[in-house]
Design a protein around this ligand. Sequence first.
Ligand code: ZN
Length: 50
Amino acid sequence: MGRSPLADAELSKIWICKKCKARNRAGSTKCRRCGYPALRPKRKDVKAKK
Ligand SMILES: [Zn+2]
C-alpha cells in the first residue's frame, strides 16, 4: 500500500494549516506561520486527481 513506512511516518507528522496551508509539526496547536488554530493532519490518503 504505502510506498515506504518512512514516507508514511513523515507525512503523518505533518499537519497542514487550513488557512494558509503551511506545514506544521504534528502536535502543533496552531499554525506557526499565521497563528490559525485549525490544523489538520496530512494524510497519505490523498490520491492524485486525474
Ligand atoms: Zn497558517
